[in-house]
Design a protein around this ligand. Structure first.
Ligand code: ZN
Length: 274
């Protein structure tokens, strides 16, 4: 189900994109694409994709895979007369594939959030509104969520060290100063904004227009004014044991992102502060 309410194959926007990018979605070799995805776009392939040079065979597979994305982004940009296309997917492995595309000018926004909040969110039951059979969003145990959090965040740091422009933003900062963060991200993408371009965001709210997100959080179906407020339920509802476990598993990056309170920080940091 597209966010506009039509199914993907009936959404006029996505049909135009498919026609522009591939002639038609029917012309996409889905088996080939799935095989390529399994071969290159997986977290376990990141160490190989992070190297400075790829073996010719692998280089060819990665650029073939990235070309599908390049065609879709180009079609979306032309259709909407946009200068920048935002791919809201979140897996680091895709960014590692796209960095090998000769045509994509890749910039990455790396949103970080406290691992304890992330672990809490992953345990919640959320129904997929697009699913007629009442499927749930994916869930992970807190330990699994902590390990994924480590892997994905570490991968984005490494990506920056490989020369890809990566802008790290704390989730809490976006909630506190949404307008300022969006303005700064626009500059990061090379966009010249004027103040009135940001009239859709105010203090604690945003006005959302209709959209065509084809997957993701059920929030994508919301149109109109939405409140922007921090989701801090985890600070009350996460059990002490789980909180301790996730803190231990993710401590190095939690510290680097500034998420450890004074009594959670390791001893030597506390001494250093004095
Ligand atoms: Zn749509």
């Amino acid at each position: 189900m597209c966010a506009c309410g039509a199914t993907f194959s009936h959404c006029e926007f996505w049909q135009r994109i498919g026609a522009r990018a591939f002639g038609s979605w029917e012309d996409v070799d889905v088996e080939r694409l799935n095989a390529l995805k399994a071969t290159v776009d997986r977290t376990r392939h990141i160490p190989a994709l992070a190297s400075k040079k790829l073996a010719p065979a692998q280089h060819q597979l990665v650029t073939e895979y990235a070309e599908y994305f390049e065609k879709i982004y180009t079609a979306a940009a032309k259709d909407t007369r946009a200068q920048v296309v935002v791919d809201s997917s979140k897996h680091a492995s895709l960014a590692y594939c796209l960095r090998w595309s000769p045509k994509i000018d890749l910039r990455v926004m790396h949103v970080v959030r406290d691992s304890r909040g992330v672990a809490y969110s992953w345990t919640k039951q959320v129904r997929r509104p697009e699913s007629p059979t009442g499927d749930q969003m994916t869930r992970y145990s807190p330990a699994k969520a902590a390990m994924l959090w480590n892997a994905q965040n570490a991968a984005f740091s490494l990506l920056a060290r490989r020369g890809v422009p990566v802008r790290r933003v704390r989730y809490e900062r976006i909630i506190q100063r949404p307008r300022r963060v969006i303005a700064s991200l626009a500059r990061f993408c090379g966009l010249d904004l004027v103040e009135s371009d940001l009239n859709f965001i105010g203090d604690g709210w945003a006005d959302l227009g209709p959209s065509h997100s084809a997957a993701g959080n059920p929030m994508r179906f919301t149109v109109g004014r939405i409140p922007i407020r921090p989701d801090e339920a985890w600070t009350e509802d996460l059990s002490d044991g789980t909180r301790r476990m996730v803190s231990t598993l993710t401590r190095p990056l939690l510290g680097r992102y500034g998420y450890l309170t004074e009594d959670e920080a390791p001893l030597r940091t506390r001494h250093a502060k004095r």
